[in-house]
Design a protein. Structure first.
Length: 393
């Protein structure tokens, strides 16, 4: 195997060189604790303020509305649990969707054990909610709506501004998991009526293990970690200075190059989608054709298992992912694909390929050369495929 093609940017991204260079001094030369008042501490605190401002600028927020966390999952947990418990005197009802990331779904399931009621909205065949369903689900006990900006598997983008408007009109807090959206969609929290938002560094060419929660000033929320006075006494613990610096730099770079970045991905995405449809039969594109992340490609390949497809692609140097959870030890298909109404047996044959800044046209050409051969080889071992093909003759 000579050529290697990485097409799993939705899972994680490489750290850009400029990001790494800006982080390096804070591992060695400028290693102080930001809470210290002497020069070493001041050297570590000042870049945190810079990073906070850069991230705020990337989403249209104020620096004081950005709180650093250990990643997107922690941000989801803090936003949902923190708002729920802080406002339980007003109500105990939360609205989310069936296709959320497990960081949201499992958090909501946890809250149900503490007396909260959760409505899990259905989505249409493309993964979008119906706004009428959201409005009907609201009760006088509803305190929080948490709906993801863009789905991590199928790339579908929700009508975020309209959701935020409905929440605002009903005096309900609106949280969105924007981990996949940051860097791929232009975000302005004020224009979109967002009260709280979860974002992560390693999806935008920054380091892993660092994320942030946007919290609109005035939103009532409980502190998440108790101890020191870090993050305005809401999340204690010595700051991950190199990580924060890297996140800030990554946010700055992605903001400055947003249009170019999006156009690059969209061109390659369209080429990949069209190429797969032209070369392979019995395929279905998952997600919305228009309201979709610019680098997301998710297909169902009938008559084969997603896990077998992934392993075969890996043998020729292509890295992707499957909607099926087989690779994590479960035989259950993706909860997202099942929510779209796909049959159990078909939902197993999914493949997600996600494009990023470093993807080239040659990479796409290579995938379009190898993927049809792999799919055909796997289908040739399927009695069901032979039966269907035989019936077409």
């Amino acid at each position: 195997m000579n050529k290697r093609v990485y097409l799993d940017y939705a899972a994680t991204t490489p750290v850009k060189e400029e990001v790494f260079e800006e982080m390096k001094p804070y591992f060695t030369e400028k290693f102080g604790n930001p809470s210290s008042i002497y020069s070493y501490g001041r050297e570590a605190k000042q870049p945190i303020d810079v990073a906070r401002t850069r991230i705020a600028n990337a989403v249209g927020a104020k620096p004081e509305e950005i709180y650093f966390t250990a990643g997107g999952s922690e941000s989801d947990n803090w936003a949902i649990k923190g708002i729920a418990f802080a406002n339980k005197n007003k109500g105990n009802h939360i609205i989310t969707t069936k296709i959320e990331h497990h960081a949201v779904l499992h958090t909501c399931e946890y809250l149900e054990k503490y007396g909260f009621e959760v409505t899990y909205l259905e989505v249409d065949e493309f993964g979008r909610i119906h706004l009428e369903d959201l409005e009907k689900a609201i009760t006088d006990k509803t305190i929080l709506i948490s709906i993801m900006f863009a789905n991590n598997e199928i790339g579908t983008i929700q009508p975020i501004k309209e959701i935020g408007q409905i929440a605002r009109e009903n005096k309900i807090y609106f949280h969105t998991d924007a981990v996949q959206a940051l860097g791929n969609v232009k975000i302005d929290v004020d224009d979109l009526n967002i009260d709280s938002m979860s974002i992560s560094s390693h999806k935008i060419y920054g380091p892993k293990g660092i994320g942030a929660m946007y919290l609109r000033k005035g939103v009532k929320i409980h502190s998440f970690v108790h101890g020191g006075a870090q993050e305005r006494k809401r999340r204690a613990g010595t700051e991950n200075v190199p990580g924060i610096v890297g996140f800030g730099k990554a946010a700055q770079l992605i903001t400055e190059n947003m249009d170019e970045h999006i156009n690059h991905m969209m061109c390659l995405k369209d080429k990949l989608i069209n190429g797969i449809i032209e070369r392979i039969d019995f395929v279905k594109l998952n997600g919305h054709s228009e309201y979709r992340l610019p680098g997301n490609v998710n297909f169902i390949f009938e008559f084969i298992e997603g896990e077998s497809l992934l392993l075969s692609l890996d043998l020729v140097g292509i890295a992707g992912s499957s909607g099926s959870a087989c690779t994590s030890g479960s035989l259950d298909p993706s909860h997202v694909l099942m929510a779209l109404g796909l049959p159990h047996e078909i939902a197993h044959g999914s493949l997600r390929l996600t494009i990023g800044s470093f993807t080239t046209e040659e990479d796409i050409d290579y995938v379009l050369e190898e993927l049809p051969k792999i799919v055909q080889r796997l289908r040739d071992m399927s009695p069901l495929y032979e039966e269907v093909k035989g019936g077409q003759k």
